[in-house]
Design a binder for this molecule. Sequence first.
Ligand SMILES: [Zn+2]
Length: 386
Amino acid sequence: MTDAPPAFGPAVTSAPPTAGPPVAWHVRGVLLPDDEVRDLWLVGDRVTLEPVPGAVTLADRGFVLPGLVDAHCHLGIRYGATPVASVDEARSLAAVDRDVGVLALRDAGSPFPYPELDDDPDVPRLARAGRHIAPVRRYLRGIGVEVVAEEVPATVAAQAAAGNGWVKLVGDWIDRRTGDLAPGWDPEVMAEAVAIAHVAGVRVAAHLFAEESVAALVRAGVDSVEHGTGLSEDDIAEMAVRGTALVPTMINVETFDGIAAHADDKFPTYAAHMRRLRERFPGIVAAAHEAGVPIYVGSDAGGGIGHGEAVSEMLLLRDRAGMSTVDVLRAGSWGAREWLGFAGLTEGGLADLVVYNEDPRKDLAVLREPRLVVLRGRPRRPVAVA
Ligand SMILES: [Zn+2]
C-alpha cells in the first residue's frame, strides 16, 4: 500500500517529490543489534539493502531499531477494565503505542475480535488472541468467555479461529469460595486446552499468578507464561528446556500491593499471597533470564495500565530484574519481533523502523524520544534532524 508522503520540514535531507508517492524511502544509521552504519531502502512495505535510485532520504544518521514490541497488551480493553466501544477506539489505543515507536503488538485477549486491524496501515503489526478463556465468574467482568471444564475444548477451538495465531487461557484467578488464588480448571483440562490449540496451529499464552497453576501449564506445554509470579526454580528449569517464553509484565505486578489493599478485609489470604508474589518477583525474572528463558516486553496495557508504556517495562526489566541493556532491547525489539513472526530489517523484511538520535544501548531512556517512526513503509513521526 502506498500513500502520499506527509509534509516534511527540515527532517528531509533531499527534496520530496512534488506529487505522488516517492519511489522509495532511504534511511542511514547505525543498525542495531549490528553495530555498523547501514543504508536501508524501503519500497512499499518491504526493506531492501540494494540502493534504489530516486529514493527520498528520511534520516542520514542516528541509531535504527525495527521498532519496539509490546508483547502483552489489550487494544480492546479500556483503562478501567471495560471493553472499548468500537474498533475505532481500539485503533486509537494502538496509535498511542505506535507514536512512541512500538511497531508490533501481541494482543493477549480481547473482548471481541477485530481482524480488520491486522492489515490496518495505521496499526502496528498485530498478533492477536481471541477472547480470554476464563473459569466461570472468575475473571474481569464482561471481558472473557467464561466456561466450565466440559466447555473448554470447544471454546479453545473457537477462540483459536477468532484470533490470528494465539489463544489466551486464564490459568488462575481468585476463587472467592476459598479466598485465595486457584487454578482455572484441573490440570488435565488445561493440558487438553493446550493440545487442542496446538492442533489448531496456534500458540497458547496463559495468565498465571499462582504456583500450582503455572507448574501445571508449563508442563502442559504452554507457549508463553504471562506474569509468572508463582514460578519455582524447577518450573524455570523446565521452561528453559522447553523454550517457553516469559512475559513478566512487571508494570502489572507492581500493582499487586494495590490489589491486595482492596482485598484485605474480605480476602486476607489472597491479599497476603499477592503481596508475597510481588515481593519475590524481580528475583524470579532475574533467575529466569539467567537460566536462559526467553523474556519479552509486555506492558499489559488495557485495564489498569495505559498504552504507550513499553519503555517503562523495559526500564523495570533493567532496574528491577538486572537485565543488561542489550538483553532488554532484544526482549523489546528485534528478539520479540522474531518470536511473533514479524521480519526485521533484513533484505525483504518488513518496512518498520525507528530512528533515535542517541544510542539506546548507552541509555534506554533514549527510547522515549524517537526521531523518526516508519510503520508499514509510511513515515509517521518526522522530527527535525540536526
Ligand atoms: Zn493482560
